[in-house]
Design a protein around this ligand. Structure first.
Ligand code: ADP
Length: 206
């Protein structure tokens, strides 16, 4: 069955496996939640899972906290274990929207190898395009209202640098696999969601 809008009654809803690949502040979390509702799949946000581990002071959280506060990437092995464990867990997930993973070429290659072996490769990689000054404005505003400790100007600049150095190269990796869709991430939230759903229409996912 081709991809696209699922039937209203939920029968035969396509099991989308997608990831959002975009800089901090582009709306990965917001759009991840919207897409999870549209396609009826879980939304897994690496940042949220990590922050939960930090809040619960798990060994993973204790190791990750310093990297997150500085706006650096948490080491690959920790993140890969956490995500693949979550996807592959007791009931392996057939569909999902990932946000914040993979974020390095190592993570992308490891998840591709894993997906190939398990029949769980990604159908679509959604890139949200937002100009940098708009990203900084959104993140500073979020920092004021949510109090997220990494939403301060210095850490924001570092996260944007880390994104362009380590994560942006993944766009070419997925473009080469013909699963990259690029969407304008500016404007009202429902408009961006509609653009993503439209962009997914031509892609096949069972
Ligand atoms: P944002 O996209 O705004 O930076 P996230 O909540 O996705 O917010 O990530 C917050 C922090 O969590 C990152 O700065 C990084 O330290 C860590 N993190 C999240 N995902 C990953 C990942 N896939 N690999 C390494 N570190 C990650």
């Amino acid at each position: 069955m081709p991809g696209g809008t699922p039937p209203a009654d939920g029968t035969l809803a396509p099991m989308l496996r997608a990831l959002l690949l975009a800089p901090p502040g582009a709306g990965k979390g917001t759009q991840g939640e919207q897409l999870a509702q549209v396609y009826r799949v879980p939304h897994l946000a690496t940042g949220d899972l990590l922050r939960q581990n930090v809040a619960e002071a798990t060994p993973l959280g204790q190791e990750a906290k310093g990297f997150m506060d500085r706006g650096e990437l948490v080491p690959d092995r920790l993140v890969v274990d956490m995500i693949l464990h979550r996807i592959a867990g007791e009931e392996p997930l057939a569909g999902f929207v990932l946000d914040g993973f993979p974020r390095t070429l190592t993570q992308a290659r490891q998840s591709y190898d894993w997906g190939k072996a398990k029949g769980r490769t990604f159908h679509a990689v959604i890139s949200l395009r937002v100009p940098e000054d708009e990203l900084v404005r959104r993140l500073l505003e979020r920092g004021r209202s949510s109090g997220r400790s990494d939403d301060n100007e210095e850490t924001i600049r570092n996260r944007l640098r880390v994104y362009s150095e380590h994560t942006e190269p993944l766009l070419d990796f997925y473009r080469g696999r013909d699963i990259l869709v690029e969407v304008d991430g500016t404007g009202p939230v429902p408009d961006v969601t509609a653009r993503i759903v439209d962009a997914l229409l031509p892609l096949a996912f069972p």
